[in-house]
Design a protein around this ligand. Structure first.
Ligand code: FAD
Ligand code: AMP
Length: 473
């Protein structure tokens, strides 16, 4: 039986990063992954690279360029007559981006001497994994330590069964061959908003049906309110308190039935395509967790402690398959920490300092606590905010929508949360994450020199505003 110091199951951003870090630390490492691309070829990178973060951002960028032709560029004096989109070319570009990056991981595996084992892993008694290869052959591998990183899959709801043609999940929505005239999206969460934005910018009439009465419940309330207004102005028809009860294909269209929960009224909507984006569930199918004594929680996630240790000795679990936000960088950080723990180093994961980004335009990004959470926890805090419209660079770029909001502890001034709605929020949030990693204060940010003219000046000014010292507003 072939044995490894560490066997990783799953090669998404959790598993592949864990495997590379294990190998860097001198551990003999194998990584089992079952992903097949649309051509039936094994492909590394999991959900994130194949059908998640990367292809969605590729299409968000393409559609943003197209949208700007009509909405941003005329103000710059640039006009393009009758702009056209070639959806085939757009999708082919997205596929090339995915291929380059998944191929890049194969290169990294080679360089780091991580063995890529293509097939599905299933736990046997402790320390053994049976792998069914894509060729139908099965082999048993041994490992000193196991890292489970099998990720998540879209949740399917009986109200809207997928037919993978007119009713699709997020993966299907990354591959529409033409722009649907009328597009329905169930769930106005992170993924629903991103996919709705892509097709809306390309010309679809988009209706998002969200069961909750509140828009983006985890987001700062002021930012969620402003974002809702802006996204609606962009043409996204976001209906809150709209619980989808039934959706079926009928002829060439999809009939969607939903309840307006506030008014207790039934409504019907006809669309050409429907995307079901109601969240994701931890994926442990076929893993045979019980054989190795690995416990799961009430939501089917593998139970872990704060160091990603499962209930079974020597078995760790990371990423979407365990508790916490379903984010690629959270999975990767857990992967690095676990590799270092296995190698005998100390490792710490700061789960309180994980940034979130929603890649609408403008983007929404945040880290740490919201004002509402701090108020609920009884923690006295101070808030400073600064609008993009008071930034020179934002005017130059034609990106004056949005704000930066910084929350500090009233007693210690330590930064407790930073919330951004605006262009490049995904990049700006990194400064806040770094400051918080160093337990920085709002005064630290206020005394840090920021280049002019940049959007980052909004972070600086918001920090000054905590103490009522903003200069430009
Ligand atoms: P995954 O990436 O899901 O990888 C798990 C891997 O394990 C897969 O390759 C799977 O085939 C394999 N596997 C499962 N079971 C077995 C088995 N028994 N044997 C062998 N292999 C197995 N996150 C962000 O941070 N930023 C974003 O912008 C972002 N955008 C997203 C957009 C979309 C449309 C979607 C769907 C997700 C997005 N996410 C984003 C979420 C992100 O993709 C996940 O959080 C991330 O992929 C989780 O990584 P993971 O390694 O835990 O699991
Ligand atoms: P997220 O958790 O960010 O992926 O978002 C998924 C969203 O889908 C959540 O906001 C849910 O409230 C929403 N949702 C789940 N089921 C339904 C349903 N049947 N109809 C409308 N929205 C739903």
């Amino acid at each position: 039986m072939k044995t490894y110091d560490v066997l990783v199951i799953g090669a998404g951003p959790g598993g592949y990063v864990a495997a590379i870090r294990c190998a860097q630390l001198g551990l003999r490492t194998g990584c089992v992954d079952q992903w097949l691309d649309p051509a039936g070829k094994p492909s590394l990178g999991g959900t994130c690279l194949n059908v998640g973060c990367i292809p969605s951002k590729a299409l968000l960028d393409s559609s943003h360029h197209f949208h700007n032709l009509a909405h941003l560029l005329p103000a710059h004096g640039i006009s393009v007559k009758d702009p056209k989109i070639d959806i085939g070319a757009m999708l082919a570009r997205k596929d090339r981006v995915v291929k380059t990056l998944t191929g890049g991981i194969a290169g990294l595996f080679k360089k780091n001497k991580v063995e890529w084992i293509q097939g599905s892993g299933s736990l046997q008694s402790h320390g053994k994994v049976a792998v069914s290869g894509h060729d139908g052959k099965t082999e048993t591998l041994g490992a000193g330590h196991l890292i489970i990183a099998t990720g998540s899959v879209p949740i399917e709801i009986p109200a809207a069964p997928l037919d993978r043609d007119a009713i699709v999940d997020s993966e299907g929505a990354l591959a529409f061959r033409e722009v649907p005239k009328r597009l329905g999206v169930i769930g106005a969460g992170v993924i629903g908003l991103e996919l709705g934005s892509v097709w809306g910018r390309l010309g679809s009439e988009v209706v998002l049906l969200e069961a909750l009465p509140e828009f983006l419940a985890p987001v700062d309330r002021q930012i969620a309110k402003e974002a809702l207004e802006i996204l609606q102005k962009q043409g996204l028809d976001i209906r809150l308190g709209a619980l989808v009860t039934n959706a079926r294909k009928s002829g060439n269209a999809v009939q969607v039935h939903y309840m307006d929960t506030a008014a207790d009224e039934k409504h019907e909507l006809e669309v050409d395509k429907l995307i079901v984006c109601v969240g994701r569930r931890a994926y442990t199918d076929g893993l045979n967790l019980a054989a190795a004594g690995v416990k799961t929680d009430e939501r089917g996630r593998i139970e872990v402690d704060d160091r990603c240790r499962t209930s079974a000795e020597g078995i760790f679990a990371i990423g979407d398959v365990v508790k916490g936000p379903m984010l690629a960088h959270k999975a990767s950080e857990e992967g690095i920490a676990v590799a270092e723990l296995i190698a005998g180093q100390s490792a710490h994961i700061d789960h309180g300092n994980v940034p979130w980004v929603i890649y609408t335009h403008p983007e929404i990004a945040w880290v740490g606590k919201t004002e509402a959470e701090l108020t609920a926890d009884g923690i006295p805090h101070c808030v400073g905010s600064f609008p993009y419209r008071a930034l020179g660079r934002a005017h130059g770029a034609g990106e004056t929508t949005g704000l930066v909001k910084i929350i500090g502890d009233q007693k210690t001034d330590r930064i407790l949360g930073v919330h951004i709605f605006g262009a490049s929020a995904s990049e700006l949030i990194a400064e806040a994450v770094t400051a918080m990693a160093f337990h920085g204060s709002t005064e630290d940010l206020a005394r840090t020199v920021h280049a002019h003219p940049t959007l980052s000046e909004a972070v600086h000014e918001a920090a000054l505003a905590v103490d009522g010292r903003a200069i430009h507003f």
